[in-house]
Design a binder for this molecule. Structure first.
Ligand code: HEC
Ligand code: HEC
Ligand code: HEC
Ligand code: HEC
Ligand code: HEC
Length: 390
């Protein structure tokens, strides 16, 4: 009996892998003509159309980075790349705007030609609902919340012919194709540039069955908050600031420790090379002014050269690991305080990269790259700040 059960669950896992291989086999095929019984609303691939019946998902998705995946930083680079290097340009679309209807060009042998299926509005919408849920106009989705896979009514009586439900939507593997380079993908210092799924797989979260969706889509919400969201970042960390003595005299050497522990991040913190997290300590006087020369920093991140030719350092935190800034400073006067902070720069790499791109010339993408640079520069935020009297 036990053997039969194990066999059945192994088959289940195979069925999920098979489904995902087909579902994410890219480039995705064009949807083709919709079934004759579909209304124009059911036939539409536009998120607004889905949202007229699924308003909660639309409202969440709109604010998410998936909706912004064809933002100015990507689109601005694609304008010139489409002509100078069409195969690279097409590779960007596979993650940033994956539907066949979203790319203005399509591969034909070794060249690229205009895409007859191209829908310019959809093209600007990044990763739309249909990118995850629709293939050949058929809807795919997770099991019902009670776990069942059945339709409540005959499928042909339901809008868009109902839904093909599969547990694959509940698994980290659903997210893998875009958030994990394949083992032959680009690596630096022996480590893939994008390795989020493998980092998760090696973590205690995978062993405990906690999937990407459990942290990034709680109660099935479509927000996908990550390193750009202060509350999300805080949810994954435990941060403490302590001095080694309750009080010091002027002239004493104070020792203050600022510690960041990754307690609920399901992969490296941060997982990509693009963010930077800065732990800092400085002295402030009685008036709250920082005292020149007193600042020290520690960086959490994987810093790579802008041309991706080398890795400078990798101080990211694996799940459960900590980084500590140990601040030793001579107390200058009574009333001095230590100010400790943790600042997240989610787009640190891009802030530098877009700057260089503009100096080298971004061609017809210039206005968009400038917009992306401004957004990258505005992205830093503080997740922790405290002043300790010394
Ligand atoms: C005319 C209204 C309508 C439109 C338009 C529509 N849907 Fe639906 N959708 C429904 C209804 C009703 C159900 C519930 C069907 C059922 O119970 O099996 C549903 C179910 C779903 C489900 C499964 C939901 C669940 O509860 O598990 C998904 C996923 C889905 N739709 C995706 C989409 C996407 C993506 C689009 C746009 C490309 C879309 N739908 C457009 C009405 C619509
Ligand atoms: C394997 C999937 C994948 C491919 C292929 C890919 N990207 Fe991305 N890209 C991502 C992910 C995931 C992020 C989000 C990283 C983050 O936010 O930390 C991202 C982020 C970005 C960003 C920063 C966010 C933004 O919208 O400005 C830019 C710019 C970008 N990619 C450009 C490109 C370009 C250009 C290409 C093609 C040469 C490309 N990407 C190919 C997955 C991919
Ligand atoms: C990145 C892929 C992705 C995109 C984009 C996406 N979804 Fe989903 N959707 C999922 C996954 C995964 C689930 C199951 C999540 C879970 O159970 O944790 C889901 C679940 C759903 C459900 C079932 C919700 C429930 O409460 O049972 C509906 C309906 C749905 N999506 C509609 C949409 C609509 C409409 C859009 C666009 C506005 C959209 N999705 C965009 C991946 C996606
Ligand atoms: C078709 C490719 C694709 C799939 C599938 C996909 N993503 Fe993404 N995801 C992206 C891209 C591209 C970005 C970056 C968007 C940008 O900023 O330009 C992104 C961004 C994100 C972010 C925001 C990162 C940040 O910088 O804060 C999170 C979180 C995320 N994805 C989680 C998920 C999860 C969880 C799943 C599975 C349910 C998933 N993604 C499935 C392509 C994908
Ligand atoms: C235990 C909860 C948890 C799990 C599981 C988890 N994440 Fe995250 N994730 C977070 C938290 C918290 C952040 C914000 C801190 C950070 O950026 O590392 C984050 C950030 C991200 C980011 C932002 C980019 C970056 O450089 O950090 C992406 C993309 C992402 N997660 C994708 C995924 C994918 C894909 C999976 C599954 C393979 C996954 N996450 C599993 C909690 C989780």
């Amino acid at each position: 009996m036990l053997i039969v059960l194990l066999g059945a669950s192994a088959l289940g896992a195979d069925a999920i892998q098979d489904f995902l291989r087909r579902h994410w086999s890219r480039p995705l095929a064009p949807q083709g003509p919709p079934p004759a019984r579909y209304s124009p609303l059911e036939a539409s691939l536009h998120p607004d159309a889905c949202g007229s019946c699924h308003p909660a998902q639309l409202a969440d998705w709109r604010e998410s980075l998936h909706a912004a995946a064809m933002g100015p930083g990507v689109a601005g680079q694609l304008i010139e790349m489409r002509e100078s290097d069409p195969s690279s340009a097409l590779s960007c679309f596979t993650c940033h705007a994956p539907l066949a209807e979203q790319a203005p060009i399509v591969a034909q042998g070794n060249t690229a030609v205009a895409n007859p299926e191209y829908d310019a509005v959809l093209g600007g919408q990044g990763l739309p609902c249909a990118g995850c849920h629709v293939r050949r106009h058929e809807r795919f989705g997770p099991p019902r919340r009670d776990g069942s896979l059945a339709s409540g009514a005959p499928r042909e009586t339901l809008p868009h012919g109902g839904v093909t439900r599969t547990p694959a939507f509940l698994k980290s593997e659903f997210c893998r194709d875009c958030h994990q380079f394949t083992s032959d993908g680009f690596a630096l210092n022996g480590k893939l540039l994008e390795n989020t799924y493998n980092e998760w797989k090696a973590s205690r979260f995978a062993r405990e069955g906690v999937q990407c969706q459990d942290c990034h889509m709680p109660v099935r919400r479509h927000r996908w908050r990550g390193i750009h969201d202060a509350e999300m970042v805080r949810s994954g960390l435990t941060i403490s600031a302590k001095a080694d003595a309750p009080r010091y005299q002027p002239g004493d050497v104070a020792v203050v420790r600022l510690r960041v522990t990754s307690t609920r991040v399901g992969h490296a913190f941060p997982t990509y090379v693009t963010p930077r997290v800065v732990l800092s300590a400085e002295l402030v006087d009685g008036a709250g002014q920082s005292i020149a020369g007193s600042r020290q920093e520690k960086i959490i991140g994987r810093e790579v050269a802008l041309d991706l030719s080398r890795e400078a350092f990798d101080t990211r935190l694996g799940p459960g690991r900590s980084a500590t800034l140990e601040y030793r400073i001579k107390v200058p006067a009574r009333g001095a305080r230590a100010r400790l902070a943790v600042v997240v720069e989610p787009d640190a790499f891009y802030a530098a990269f877009f700057g260089v791109l503009l100096r080298q010339g971004a061609g017809r993408g210039e206005a968009q790259i400038r917009q992306a640079l401004d957004a990258a520069r505005r992205s830093p935020f503080t997740v922790f700040e405290r002043e300790l009297p010394l």
